[in-house]
Design a protein around this ligand. Sequence first.
Ligand code: PEP
Ligand code: MG
Length: 897
Amino acid sequence: AKYVYLFGKGKADGDGTMKPLLGGKGANLAEMTRIGLPVPPGFTVTTDVCTYYYANKRTYPAALQAQMEAGVANMERIMGTKFGDANGMPLLVSVRSGARDSMPGMMDTILNLGLNDTTVLSLAKATNNERFAWDCYRRFVQMYGDVVLGVQKRENEDHEPFEAVIHEYKHETYHTDIEDSALTATDQQNLVALFKNLIKERTGKTFPNDPWAQLRGAAGAVFGSWMNDRAIVYRRKYNIPTEWGTAVNVQAMVYGNTGEKSGSGVAFTRNPANGANEFYGEFLINAQGEDVVAGVRTPEPVINLKKKMPASYAELLKVRAILEKHFKDVQDIEFTIQEGKLFMLQTRNGKRTAAAALKFSMDMVKEKLIDWQTAIMRNPADQLDQLLAPIFDPAEIKKAAVIATGLPAGPGAATGQIYFNADRAVLAHERGEKVLLVRLETSPEDLRGMIAAEGIITARGGVSSHAALVARQMGKVCVCGASAIQIDYEKKTATIEDKVYNEGDYLSIDGTAGNVYAGQVKTAPSEIITGTIQGNKAAQKTEKFKHYTQLIAWCKKAARLQVRTNADTPEQAANAIAFGAVGIGLTRTEHMFFEGDRIDSMREMILANDTAAREAALAKLLPYQRADFLGIFKALKGFPATIRFLDPPLHEFLPHTKEQQMDLARKLGIPVEKIMARVNELHEFNPMLGFRGCRLGIKYPEITRMQARAVFEAAAAVRKLGIKVNPEIMIPLVGFTNEIDIQSSIVHEVAKAVQSEQKVRFTYKVGTMIEIPRAAMVAEKIAQSAEFFSFGTNDLTQTVLGMSRDDAGGFLGAYQEAEIIKKNPFASIDQNGVGEFMKLAVAKGRSTRPDIKLGICGEHGGDPDSVRFCHNLGLNYVSCSPYRVPVAILAAAQAAV
Ligand code: PEP
Ligand code: MG
């Protein structure tokens, strides 16, 4: 089998399409080589080897060693150097991980591999640069000691052990904190010795001198890091399967640290924070790539290269254009300049904020790089709500004082209580606090804290530090490199110009401008919200709003699945329609009974001893319901509305505390004992499986009759106003054919009566929810009465999985951790289980009624993966909460293109 894929000098075994096998980095190194960009030669060890490694007790396939040797030989040929050469210029390599999807900061990198006590001398001689050679060696021992041999920060340590050694050395030798670049060759040599001692002391292991032993160790460490805690946390968050594995890239070193004519940088072909079409990134002179991303030295903006290295800058701009034209997407690149010569070390599609994704996609259509269908795909559906996220209240922010500024690393506005380490941030978040994570520099260890935080502040480091990338992708607000903040981890304080902020104090940050504010600053809705829902003219003039409406318009053109909303009030319905919904997929009528003092009439109805008393109470509820429906029908302007009849267990409406019971007794003029007795009578051990849904209407048909009358009288009233109306009455929790038969004949009866009383005609439908397994099983019979099905996937999930929707939170975390389930089944449809019931019901329903209308109204209606699933099932619509409507529209379009 082929385990090693070579690239170099314009030729490559692989190409950009081979990401599953070569990982993202490996595939793109091959692709860049093929299109003639200056890529140092190397090879990629495939993800199959990673799979083999874990399947075979961390060992390698027998054929691997020979193939790696051929790979090294190929590099030697192209570079004209030898691996482990003790006389001439030695071949040094980098070893880096590369999974199918990039996992920023999660995996480890080793540079300058191949150096030892002999080759460091030949390197010094060949380059005539002793300082450089020892600097490379010192870095290598440090990285190798950390990543491969496991010398890592202990709980009680504030600094990386190697950094602590450097710090101590500087103070002993120079009595001050000099720059790393001021360290002499002798200093670096001394540090190498100190590092080796540290390694021995901490691990008992000796640093290996043999380059091949180094290479095997490094490859093993890359494969091993696939299972480290950070990688596992990241994969879980982004649903990356463990089976994918990582590839290993071994590449000839080029050096950004040979002197003032060299440097390393990372850049985006466009601005990944706001989407502007500008070359955006940073670099460091006389440094290796790790220095730029590690956030230890604060890099310079890449635009400064124009003055400092004009020829290299011009070449970079050329590469930028070639890359965008070739990949037709914004690229995130790593480059090194060695003595004025440019080398490309990586390219990948750049991570971006939702705002940037939107602008990129619209601009690239204009530039004819992509078509409008591709533009739809370029906007991740699960990120879209970032665009709807709040900004600071413009009036409030004018009054707020900027106490520090940094780089705008993740846009948006956040306010919260500050915490200086990830664990305490997580705990605070669990207590329900809004948290800002404040760190000297962001590092992958902070991932858990970042997930818990509303926003992140760092005192050092640039916009391309690994964790800043992660922040952006997570949609976290982030300000980086706010150097005015002095953080004392021990005292748990941040000091800004003599003012001390303690852990738990409030700060606010603007990740779009890079500002830090004292205290809490009120946030306000985004332009898209005000432009859409409030029709705010100024908001509608912004580019963001225009781009957004263009995107939604294209989505509507592309989508086959319609999007409706779950709304119980005219306002919610109007909002959803402003967002592009085309009707209501679910009105939960019970929500209407909680308002004002309606609950009293509701309670009276429940407490009634006989039909006459119940009907009297229902008569009081009728005008309320009629008015509610009237409002909704008007807001809908002719769009259809699915109205679900009473569903929850009756006892949910009853007063449960003594005070409430006394109060109700007084209002109804009955003895409190009677109320207590009725509450007891209605008590259920398992209300979710109890007296609820259509069971209420079966036992008390007068409830169904009242609700039908309210709907139809409202329909008649709006008909008379000349407004189109189209009520769809939905019977919940049906499992037996007779249930829907009995309930729908009541509805038809009332419809007939109201039409003749009011002397108007209106159209309506009667349908059912499919939310218990039996309904799916007998769907062909149910479809004889039901004119539509709406999947109630909340209850369907609960009943198919036998997991209470109200109690599953207690163990679902453990289930995800153990990878029994990938996603919360109450958020994203369990396609193999619940989905099969849906498939069955769709087929059976259509067999009886080929044009039966099919929708979904469970929480899953706003989840992109579930929307795609519903599209593939051939449903007519999904229904979700109003603020999820844009996400569902985008997801529906993406499923269709
Ligand atoms: C459902 O069960 O999916 C549903 C939409 O109804 P409810 O959430 O009100 O039970
Ligand atoms: Mg339900």
